[in-house]
Design a protein around this ligand. Structure first.
Ligand code: AVJ
Length: 322
């Protein structure tokens, strides 16, 4: 029996992401010097599951630290957000972090999780619909770093939720541009954003080099994905995961390093990799509370309250968009 046609509301709204975009972006990145693969391509279904496992490693403190802040201060967030709000989450991932907020909010009007990983997002939305049957859940499959403009019925207080310090993937100028666009999108509302803090470089280094090697698998999954989706023939064992903290730039830098001179075919095109040549795969910028507040203010937000854990590992900021 063919499954009943899903109603339009139930199907995630696609803005733009498909195999062609992916292959083009892959080829474009690998033609650059230094070679790079955009970090948004970490999150196919396999990558999203590997990231869930990273969050369980003892070294990767951001997720559990942020979750404890979200749970402890949920009532304060709900007071600042107010009743009948519409929540848009940028990069919703597993949909874990929204729960303390949805449980504390007064009559939330709708929840719009945005994620580039369509299949994964669909599963997350289905689970949340079972838990919050009275809430309109409208998933959006999109790259939130792109243009998300959508009509903002003035009567609705629109709130952005951007946890996990994914803001750190942007270079500071890109982060300011993203925040500027968000301030416009959320006019009359605000943004609740998680920001990983500058700290002991040893702690940062360990968080991106967990002993179990899950982060290495997450990074190498970029190559496995290219083999699956772009007809590539990467030998993942001939590339090494390499991540370190650069204190001058206040960022974690993540690379895949070629362990030999080798040639790889991608989408029918040959690419040569020198012995030791690196492919850049991710930045993860870290901020001080003051620096991030200054960045948010320069983007048009009014920085309001900040919550940090006792160890000052992570921060959650409430930014108003007047
Ligand atoms: C999901 C982007 C916040 O940068 O810490 C985790 C991704 N990369 N381990 C981060 C990630 C390597 C993570 N963000």
């Amino acid at each position: 029996m063919t499954p009943p046609a899903q109603s339009a509301a139930a199907r995630p709204r696609e803005i733009s992401s498909d195999a062609e975009d992916y292959s083009d972006a892959l080829l474009t990145g690998l033609r650059k010097q230094p070679k790079c693969i955009p970090c948004k391509y970490f999150y196919d279904a396999e990558g999203s599951h590997l990231f869930e496992r990273i969050c369980e490693t003892p070294e990767y403190y951001p997720t559990r630290t942020e979750l404890s802040l979200l749970r402890r201060h949920a009532a304060e967030f709900a007071d600042l957000i107010g009743p009948d709000a519409e929540i848009m989450e940028f990069g919703a991932g597993a949909g874990e972090k929204i729960r303390p907020l949805l449980d504390a909010l007064e009559r939330p009007r709708a929840y719009r999780p945005i994620d580039i990983s369509g299949a994964y997002l669909k599963g997350v939305a289905a689970r949340l619909r079972r838990e919050y049957p009275a809430l309109a859940i409208e998933p959006i499959v999109a790259d939130f770093s792109g243009d998300l403009s959508m009509p903002n019925p003035s009567s609705v207080r629109r709130i952005g939720f951007f946890p996990g310090s994914t803001i750190g993937n942007f270079e500071p100028e890109e982060a300011r541009q993203f925040l500027t666009r968000s301030a416009k999108l959320l006019k009359g509302g605000g943004l609740l954003v998680g920001v990983d803090l500058v700290k002991d470089p040893g702690v940062l280094h360990a968080a991106y080099n967990d002993r179990a090697g899950v982060t290495a698998s997450f990074n190498k999954n970029l190559l496995a994905r290219a083999n699956r989706e772009a007809g590539a023939d990467f030998d993942c064992d001939r590339f090494a995961h390499y991540a370190f903290y650069n204190p001058m730039q206040r960022r974690i830098e993540v690379y895949l390093v070629s362990m030999a001179a080798q040639r790889v075919t991608i989408c029918g095109r040959q690419f040569a990799f020198a012995d030791g040549e690196a492919i850049h795969t991710e930045w993860s910028y870290k901020y001080t509370v003051e620096d991030f507040r200054a960045l948010a203010a320069s983007a048009g937000f009014v920085p309001h309250a900040v919550w940090c854990d006792p160890g000052r590992l992570f921060s959650v900021h409430w930014l108003e968009s007047p």
